[in-house]
Design a protein around this ligand. Structure first.
Ligand code: ADP
Length: 245
């Protein structure tokens, strides 16, 4: 049983692959409507934890409960899932078509709007091989906008995006979050990105990995210019990086 405001509860979760322990005694509660980032050294088990939290895989020991009210979950792996034989528009229409929704003539307009939001409207007829890594990641945010589930798992969604564009997409992500009150669990290796987007940051140790610390962001989210100069965020960044020295 989960309390009403809890989206996910992981208790004493261990995960082993081929006899090697990757995750050790992970305890984590995600509150509905939160954006939680997971950071940690490469190979420590962040993606593994995300697959477990999104119920793609089972823990070796321990339990993970996801609030049933969320229905289907949105999960985007590190490499965006796009069908190579479909253009951007048809890729975004595909989930609706698979659900048998062929008749809604407004659907294309809804997809156009989502593409407009992520700055890809003029690329709607491009195929995945014609898109840069960053553009594919923008498509993920269009998928997120269109997906009905309010529980989303994103594995390094901005890893191919340059520093300048990153904040533009982070703004879009925050708009999506504000408008739809989605609960988002977000993996990143970029501490600034985590500080900019999150309500809470989960810091993982080396393998066998557990949660070293959770950092709650107490301050109201700033605009990008304010954020880059804000000593509250700069001090937190230094504190987090020190933990990994
Ligand atoms: P991170 O996301 O932090 O970079 P991962 O979760 O991808 O780390 O991987 C953590 C460790 O688990 C790595 O050593 C990886 O090789 C191993 N691993 C991940 N998935 C599997 C799998 N399906 N089978 C075997 N080993 C795996």
């Amino acid at each position: 049983m989960l309390l009403n405001n809890i989206a996910i509860e992981a208790k004493s979760v261990n995960k082993n692959y081929n006899g090697k322990q990757i995750l050790h005694k992970i305890n984590l509660s995600i509150v509905s409507g939160e954006i939680v980032s997971i950071i940690g050294p490469s190979g420590c088990g962040k993606s593994t934890l995300l697959r477990l939290l999104s119920l793609k895989e089972k823990p070796s020991e321990g339990s993970i409960i996801v609030n049933k009210d969320f229905g289907s979950l949105f999960y985007s792996p590190q490499t965006p899932v796009l069908m190579p034989w479909l253009d951007v528009m048809d890729n975004l229409l595909l989930p609706f078509r698979l659900l048998g929704d062929h008749k809604d003539t407004n659907l294309e307009n809804v997809v156009f709007e989502a593409l407009e939001t992520v700055g890809l409207r003029e690329f709607c007829n491009h195929y995945p091989h014609e898109l840069s890594g960053g553009m594919k990641e923008r498509v993920v945010f269009a998928q997120l906008l269109l997906h009905k589930s309010s529980l989303a798992f994103l594995d390094e969604p901005l890893s191919s995006i340059d520093e300048i564009t990153k904040y533009e997409i982070l703004e879009i992500a925050r708009e999506i979050w504000t408008e739809s009150s989605k609960t988002i669990i977000w993996i990143t290796h970029d501490v600034s990105e985590a500080l900019y987007i999150s309500d809470r940051i989960v810091l993982m140790s080396q393998t066998p990995s557990n949660i070293m610390k959770e950092v709650k962001i107490e301050k109201t989210r700033p605009e990008m210019n304010g954020f880059l100069k804000d000593s509250y965020y700069n001090d937190l960044k230094a504190e987090i990086l020190k933990l990994y020295e």
